[in-house]
Design a binder for this molecule. Structure first.
Ligand code: PLP
Length: 507
């Protein structure tokens, strides 16, 4: 494809993308295709001869769109949103054009330096403690990773190395000595990563990859699924009794199931008493809300207990996947754990110590120019525009929560609605069962059945989950295209389906 061909193809593609966005509500949010739908429509091998763009583009509408789940649809209320906006798409376009896997500063100085600037902008906009800024005395800073899972495992590796070396230093074992290596090999088998049972599965997976044990701490609905200091203290004591060495903990600011926020204020003294325990705050979704003073005033100062903090702009903050923003209070812990040198990386700028080489802050070597799309979004919306988006989502979420409350004859809230997420279920008392345990079990099964039926019908996409033994439906309105009329329509569909399911049980 030459420049002229690109011009024509790009215009046609952009027109099609705009039309897709404008027509998004005409699609059923979940596709009706069956597994294996695509391969029979495509040739078994790649074409030998070049094909014209028009022919390739035609397959988007006929073959790809029918198999899409429409995450940008305002009828998508499942999981957490993965929003995209036009300035973010433009950032992707330039990033593709400039493609440079900028692992070293030298590999594209603008890529590195813009990332440092926009991460500082973001840290300030979220009201994070100043230790997370690149200019801080503690040596902090932010970096953009592909996903929260990647950010978490990266921090776990840094935590593991920090813990092991601090312990060996305290025991007077000389760096590089056989005694130290043997001690590290022994200690590794005793290391345990912690989190509440509500932490996203990426914490467990991170421990698996980091090669350490993992222990989750049970939380309770009576505490809104938030981890409490007494629970952490009991777990730490238990670990000590078993000869285990807790080296890392994920705390949650907005869990996946219910958007629970761990009791940071209560946990802080316990954490301060264990300075070698790396504290990571996973705010993958709800962290976006900190851009509003009404949220940052409440939560951001509490982030001082954290060695590291991540939030995904690619969930609720108008930047498309991938843009997981990781902040640390001391970047030396990352670089000490992850820096491996090789002759082919050597250059005078790295040697000068004056530049950032982000390859030492992450697992992969190469990296995308993701700062561009963040820069474009922050400038196009302005912080005020970004706040308006969050506030609009929260307002629509409150409308939905009030609708649930208005039908207390049918539903009960499972936790207090938070961050545009409402978790609710069918009332156990409706189900005509004498034993409370039977009614609970039946409410779980019926709620899940209602959620599954709604998803099968494809008009709304929502998620079911279970916390502390209660299964429920969760509806989230953080999509950039969310509007009140869609959550009202979703609620009508939920009521109708619930009434049908209850009537079929009676019959
Ligand atoms: N943490 C939380 C709280 C999440 O909700 C999710 C995904 O929804 C993740 C982590 C993992 O996110 P990612 O897909 O960026 O790895």
């Amino acid at each position: 494809m030459d420049a002229d061909g690109f011009r024509k193809a790009a215009h046609a593609a952009i027109e099609e993308i705009i039309a897709y966005n404008q027509d998004i509500t005409k699609y059923s949010v979940l596709p009706s295709v069956k597994p294996g739908f695509l391969a029979p429509q495509l040739p078994q091998s790649a074409p030998e001869e070049p094909q014209p763009w028009g022919e390739i583009q035609a397959d988007i509408a006929s073959k790809i769109v029918p198999g899409l789940t429409h995450w940008q649809s305002p009828k998508f209320m499942a999981f957490f949103p993965a929003g995209v906006t036009y300035p973010s798409m433009l950032g992707e376009l330039y990033s593709a054009a400039f493609t440079a896997p900028a692992f070293n500063w030298l590999c594209s100085p603008a890529c590195t330096e813009l990332e440092t600037v926009v991460m500082d902008w973001l840290a300030q906009a979220l009201g994070l403690p100043q230790e997370f800024l690149s200019s801080s005395a503690s040596g902090g800073g932010g970096t953009i990773q592909g996903s929260a899972s990647e950010a978490i495992v990266t921090c776990m590796v840094a935590a593991r190395e920090r813990y092991l070396h601090a312990k060996c230093d305290a025991e007077g074992l000389a760096p590089g000595s056989t005694e130290r290596d043997d001690r590290i090999a022994h200690l590794r088998g005793r290391l345990v990563a912690l989190s509440s049972d509500q932490a996203h599965s990426s914490t467990q997976k991170g421990a698996l990859i980091a090669g350490t044990r993992y222990r989750s701490i049970a939380t309770k609905l009576e505490n809104q699924m938030a981890l409490q200091a007494s629970q952490l203290e009991a777990t730490l004591a238990q670990c000590q009794a078993e000869g285990l060495e807790p080296y890392y903990i994920t705390l949650n600011l907005g869990t996946t199931s219910t958007c629970a926020v761990d009791d940071f204020a209560g946990l802080a003294p316990v954490l301060r008493a264990h300075p070698n325990l790396w504290v990571h705050v996973d705010a993958a979704y709800a962290g976006a809300a900190l851009i509003c003073p009404e949220y940052s005033a409440k939560y951001s100062p509490l982030m001082k207990v954290a060695d590291s903090f991540n939030m995904n702009m690619h969930k609720w903050l108008l930047v498309n996947f991938d843009a997981s923003c990781l902040f640390v209070q001391n970047r030396n812990h990352l670089t000490r754990a992850l820096s491996v040198s090789a002759a082919y990386y050597a250059n005078k700028h790295t040697d000068s110590g004056l530049v950032t080489d982000y390859r030492d802050w992450q697992i992969p070597l190469g990296r995308r120019f993701r700062a561009l799309k963040i820069w474009f979004v922050m400038r196009t919306y302005g912080l005020e525009g970004m706040r308006n988006h969050i506030r609009n989502s929260v307002r629509i979420g409150e409308v939905f929560a009030d609708l649930v409350r208005s039908r207390s004859d049918l539903f009960e809230l499972v936790t207090e609605p938070a961050f545009a997420l409402t978790c609710f279920r069918v009332k156990p008392s409706l189900l005509g069962l004498e034993s409370a345990a039977d009614a609970e079990a039946e409410a779980n099964a019926v709620s899940k059945h209602i959620g599954d039926l709604i998803n099968e019908r494809g008009e709304v996409f929502l998620t079911c989950s279970t916390s502390d033994g209660k299964s429920f439906i969760r509806v989230v309105s953080g999509n950039p295209n969310a509007e009140e009329k869609y959550v009202r329509a979703a609620f009508d569909a939920i009521v109708q389906t619930t009434e049908e399911v209850l009537a079929s049980r009676d019959g």
